[in-house]
Design a protein around this ligand. Structure first.
Ligand code: GDP
Ligand code: ZN
Length: 459
């Protein structure tokens, strides 16, 4: 695909700041910049070596718009593989806005969300999974999710996919030879070899696919609700967690609407504490909206934390919640163990696995580490080596791998039934295509639009 026009956007976040950056990419970048920029030295940008930071002013009909630094990065060694100009001006709303307007007037087009990154993909600098990693890096909530995204940007997932596709190619070659040179003996050998290779390939794809559960949590956060009767210590628990771990408060406009999300990092896992109207008001979920309504939250949550008060007897309300959470990912916290106990622990263990019943004192901050350990073991299931591991964090990738697995199952069935090799070949071609969806080798224009629509403008 050949991209002809020149795009521009404000690359920095809106608001007051030290500097703002207007970014231009495309064939006309340099001309546009030289048209509106006057360096203090009097020289044109194109007279400088690329990657030099040039001091001067942006002018509109002789009038100074702002004092700026301009950098010219020459194709193809740039973010988009195209000529790029970056104009560093004063931060704030107006300077960047005026400069952008001027750039557009001189022939650039306003870039869509993620369009610079999209060009990096279309121009072949990165593959689609790497492009998607860019937005994940921007949105990462914990060091661990950041590392995973960084890993993906470096191309580790891409190379994993490439390895799988190479295996498919080898299998396809084998099939084709057998189709072209049919021979009884070879045919027998072919089916046996194919069968073993298919099984092997299936294992490999499944292994990657299975990282997606943890991967999704790393990317989007573990949706968590804290429930319990009034005064059992939910607020105190939240404070204790916030103190122990680094709290990350986010409010992503557009993605959350009226929901404010509060993130805490527990052993690198981003916990997204579900909060519909400000956490400190609604954590008394059961109290405020009643048990019925809170069931809805249970359905949406990845993790339910029920807090009980050790110094009070189990009430029918507690039992009701226990009944509701018994088949879910839930942890029961027996709080206030610093007080004399009146709670029937045995009764609780009838509803929930004893490993998931943890005694704590939110006030004295005891047992919080056990809670964190349990959450970590629920998420990692003990088999994730966290560092440098390739992890599927993206639903799109997961779906593509899922389709590849279906096709390989089809292939294996065909081989078992001694179906003609042409049939088997079709299945392997499908696997090849589905794997290619992850890296973007086989994607439609529509899908690309959907993917990049999610990005911020200027990236
Ligand atoms: P919530 O209504 O469930 O959010 O409960 P709060 O966190 O507001 O706590 C209710 C009361 O219980 C407060 O007076 C807390 O100080 C007290 N409390 C919370 N956790 C503990 C604990 O571990 N031990 C003791 N003794 N008191 C606690
Ligand atoms: Zn409270």
């Amino acid at each position: 695909m050949y991209i002809d026009d020149t795009i521009a956007a404000i690359a920095t976040a809106p608001g007051e700041g030290g500097i703002g950056i207007v970014r231009i990419s495309g064939k006309k970048s340099l001309d546009i910049a030289d048209n509106i920029f006057k360096s203090v030295s009097g020289k044109k940008i194109k007279e400088y070596n690329p990657r030099t930071l040039i001091y001067g002013n942006i002018l509109e009909e002789e009038k100074i718009i702002d004092e700026v630094l301009v950098a010219y990065m020459k194709a193809p060694y740039t973010y988009t593989k195209e000529d790029i100009i970056e104009i560093n001006c004063h931060g704030g709303f107006l300077s960047v806005k005026k400069i952008l307007e001027l750039v557009l007037k001189k022939g650039a087009r306003l870039a869509g969300p993620g369009e610079f990154t999209k060009r990096a993909f279309l121009n072949g600098r990165i593959d689609l999974s790497q492009a998607e990693a860019v937005i994940d890096i921007i949105r990462a909530k914990t060091d661990l999710s950041y590392n995973i995204a960084q890993n993906q940007l470096e191309g580790n997932l891409s190379s994993e996919i490439r390895k799988l596709r190479n295996k498919v190619t080898a299998i396809l070659a084998h099939i084709e030879v057998s189709i072209d040179f049919p021979d009884e003996d070879i045919e027998h050998l072919t089916y046996e070899t194919l069968y073993n290779k298919s099984k092997e390939l299936k294992e490999d794809i499944i292994k990657l696919y299975e990282t997606s559960e943890t991967g999704k949590i790393m990317r989007d956060g573990l949706k968590t609700v804290i429930v319990g009767k009034p005064n059992v210590g939910k607020s105190s628990l939240l404070n204790a967690i916030l103190k122990e771990s680094r709290a990350i408060v986010t409010d992503i406009p557009g993605t959350t609407r009226d929901v404010i999300e509060e993130f805490v990092s527990i052993k690198g896992i981003p916990l997204k504490i579900i909060d519909t109207a400000g956490i400190r008001e609604t954590e008394d979920l059961v109290e405020k909206i009643g048990v019925e309504k809170s069931k809805e939250f249970f359905e949406k949550a990845d993790l339910i934390i029920l807090v009980l008060d050790a110094s009070r007897e189990l009430s029918s309300e507690d039992i009701d919640i226990l009944n509701n959470i018994k088949d879910k990912q839930a942890i029961v916290l027996i709080n206030k163990i610093d007080l004399p106990s009146k709670l029937d622990e045995q009764k609780i263990k009838e509803y929930i696995n004893k490993d998931r019943v943890i005694k704590i004192s939110a006030i004295q901050r005891t047992g919080i580490d056990k809670l964190e350990d349990e959450i970590a073991s629920m998420v990692y299931k003990g088999d994730v080596s966290q560092k440098d591991s390739v992890m599927i964090t993206n639903v799109r990738h997961k779906d593509a791998l899922g389709k590849a697995i279906n096709s390989i199952n089809d292939a294996i069935r065909s081989i078992e039934d001694n179906m003609p090799l042409d049939f088997v070949e079709v299945d392997f071609k499908n696997i090849w295509d589905y794997l290619g969806e992850v890296s973007g080798d086989t994607v439609s224009e529509d899908l690309l639009d959907t993917i990049f629509r999610d990005f911020c403008i200027g990236k």
